[in-house]
Design a protein around this ligand. Structure first.
Ligand code: ASP
Length: 444
């Protein structure tokens, strides 16, 4: 029998009815042995996620020393979940009292925020009659505050090897001082991936409220195609550019262990979902392009200097200026006498851009510096692009037919993506034109 680790996200666990749906899914396949859960999410669009209510508890506690008012909302939320689940004999009251006391005593933002996952995992474990394994005992952070692989995998193996089934809270672990520390928001996806790697699972199922990845943003193209199979590499390119179903960091643990991820929809479990595969298991489909994603609001610094190619250290000096100013760049397309830097505009607030231009001018004395603002980047991603002759020609003619002026082109060295820089105002038009070309046109 295969071994599956599954993670259920916030809206899948927002109330008792949804939790019942989740426990039915878990029970329907005995390979689903270990389950990672997030805190209850929103029940309706104006609702507040439990994690956000907990951050409010922390703020109240900081200001007044107590968190009674904000915590009463948490109390109501969890007692109604337990009531809806009809869990006679399971007393959440005591656990809630203890939690409120601990929040007030510890005065830690991370500890407080982590309690949504903790309480939810206690409830799901009791409902399934499975063991509750606390993330604090199996997920660890190192001195630098980063995930400690060695220590965590050892602890996960020790805790789970003789344990048939377990429910584990997502989002947090323990730092080197023994305190609770959380990942960044949405981090239960990372916890699920870590547990999957720790037990060497055959599959990491990530259950959310969508049926997987779409070939592009459905707010731009109506009903885009679903992506059935995607490689880790393609996913990385697309999620970096804004396609976010999974926490971007969650792919690393399973990717290292060659464990596929399946994205599934709790509300439509019959849908196939998206299977994310390591390169060696990935089989290219018929599509040349797997997906299109993009982001607005970049600034491009375009530098020109005659004989730049023979000036040793030119790029290093430019990059040192960025390093000193703590600014990261996204892309650096270059030519013989030109070099461009693509930077997210949010890093270039009032005055920062002028200072940067001055510093770069002093450092490398370019003949010319031009600034392009309000630039959007659109990435067209697919393993099929490497082996199909004429893909870029098709892409660029589609954009020219749509009347879009391309301001910059960058083809990653992996050859699985082509990124174009265009005006922010052309962003939606650009995504539609690329989608039409690669997904809606029949080629002779
Ligand atoms: N509950 C946390 C958050 O809201 C973590 C998660 O949902 O994965 O960010």
């Amino acid at each position: 029998m295969s071994l599956i680790v599954c993670k259920f996200g916030g809206s899948s666990l927002a109330d008792g009815t949804n939790i019942t749906r989740v426990t039915d899914i878990i029970r329907s396949d005995p390979s689903r042995k270990y389950v990672v859960v997030s805190a209850p999410g929103k029940r309706y669009s104006e609702d507040i996620k439990v994690t956000d209510l907990l951050y409010a508890c922390y703020r109240e506690c900081n200001e007044t020393g107590q968190c009674g008012e904000a915590f009463s909302k948490i109390r109501t939320r969890f007692t109604s979940i337990v009531r809806e689940l009809g869990m006679d004999g399971f007393s959440i009251e005591e656990i809630l009292n203890e939690t409120e006391k601990e929040i007030e005593e510890r005065k830690s933002s991370d500890f407080t925020a982590s309690r949504g996952e903790y309480l939810n995992a206690r409830i799901v474990a009791a409902k399934l009659n499975w063991k509750f394994v606390d993330a604090k005992d199996i997920i660890f952070f190192n001195k630098a505050g980063l995930f400690d692989e060695e220590k965590s995998y050892k602890a996960i193996r020790a805790a789970l090897q003789n344990c048939e089934n377990a429910v584990i809270p997502g989002f947090y672990g323990t730092d080197i001082n023994g305190n609770i520390k959380t990942f960044s928001r949405g981090g239960s996806d990372i916890s699920g991936s870590i547990v999957a790697r720790g037990v060497n699972a055959d599959l990491y199922e990530n259950w959310t409220d969508v049926s997987g990845f779409l070939a592009c943003d459905p707010r731009i193209v109506n009903h885009p195609e679903k992506i059935e199979n995607i490689s880790f590499k393609e996913l990385r390119e697309l999620s970096y550019m804004g396609a976010n179903v999974l926490h971007a960091d969650s792919i690393f643990p399973v990717r290292k262990g060659d464990i596929p991820i399946k994205i599934k929809n709790t509300f439509r479990p019959e849908d196939a979902g998206t299977l994310i595969l390591p390169s060696k298991k990935y089989v290219k489909g018929n599509n040349i392009v797997t997906g299109i994603a993009g982001k607005k609001d970049f600034t491009v610094l375009f530098l020109e200097k005659s004989m730049m190619n023979s000036e040793i250290g030119f790029a290093r000096k430019v990059l040192s200026v960025l390093e000193q100013d703590g600014i990261c760049f996204e892309h650096m397309p270059s030519g013989i006498d030109t070099l461009s830097l693509v930077i997210e505009s949010k890093y270039l607030a009032e005055g920062v851009l002028d200072k940067l231009i001055r510093q770069i001018s002093d450092a490398v004395k370019p003949d010319y510096i031009r600034i392009l603002e309000n630039i959007a980047l659109v990435a067209t991603v697919g393993h099929g692009m490497t082996s199909s002759v004429g893909t870029s020609a098709r892409l660029f003619s589609a954009l020219s037919e749509a009347g879009i002026n391309i301001r910059m082109i960058d083809q990653g060295s992996s050859e699985i993506n082509i990124i174009v820089g265009i005006d922010n105002d052309d962003y939606e038009k650009c995504v539609r034109a690329i989608y039409r070309e690669f997904f809606q046109k029949t080629q002779n």
